[in-house]
Design a protein. Structure first.
Length: 230
């Protein structure tokens, strides 16, 4: 598909001078973790699947801006950026300015546990709905020390902690019923131009898409949001 040309406000171009570490990978068997400086805002997005009712959405779906984040639960940069997004929603979500869409992007070459953890998140959603999706996801990011450090035995413990039926959770997780969904999210991330995690795309009401690569600090994300809201 032809790369969509995006119009980026001058303020975003200026904020692009700010850089932060991002997790990159190559689609080869020899891929490895690399910390690389990247611009805050990229001005191209290849192909982004439209937001739908099937997505995990926090905030008003009709918000002025929707931030679609592709994330890996064992990525240390994603753990940091998760807190940034929580702050974004605290500041912009309540007034309907920003909504947050979370999609899975497990990088198997780096984090072999992330894909099963993504399935665990989906099982939590099946058993407890949207509220438990966010509660379980928040707890998972808060619990893991990243880079495959989370003991899989903690997954049902977290399910119990957020009030889910542990037996039903274990049955769901062992079934592998959400493996195809996680893979679909992964492929969506690649099509959207994701080359590392976290990879986030801000979608404006007019269809403008602004890509943010890496775990940008709150101040950088805020400057982009404020520019787009003008």
């Amino acid at each position: 598909m032809t790369i969509e040309k995006l119009s980026v406000p001058i303020a975003i171009v200026i904020s692009g001078a700010l850089i932060a570490g991002a997790l990159y990978y190559s689609n080869t068997k020899n891929s490895q973790q690399v910390v690389s400086p990247t611009p805050v805002a990229q001005n191209t997005v290849e192909e982004l699947r439209p937001v739908s009712n099937d997505d995990h959405i926090l905030g008003n779906p009709d918000s002025d801006l929707i931030i679609v984040e592709y994330s890996d639960t064992e990525c240390p940069f994603c753990k940091v950026f998760h807190k940034t997004m929580q702050r974004v929603m605290s500041d912009y979500g309540k007034n309907g300015k920003v909504a947050w869409v979370y999609r899975h992007f497990p990088i198997d070459q780096l984090h072999k546990k992330a894909r099963k953890e993504a399935e665990a998140i989906e099982c939590a959603t099946e058993l407890g709905g949207s509220a438990k999706f966010w509660e379980y996801t928040n707890l998972l990011y808060a619990t893991t020390n990243s880079n495959d450090s989370l003991d899989p035995a903690e997954l049902p413990k977290m399910a119990k902690s957020v009030g889910l039926d542990v037996q039903a959770f274990n049955s769901c997780l062992s079934s592998g019923k959400y493996a195809d969904k996680i893979e679909a999210h992964y492929q969506d991330a690649i099509k959207a131009g994701g080359r590392g995690t976290p990879n986030s795309i801000i979608v404006s009401k007019d269809g403008t898409k602004t890509q943010i690569q890496g775990a940008q600090p709150y101040e950088s994300v805020k400057s982009i949001i404020d520019a787009l809201l003008q």
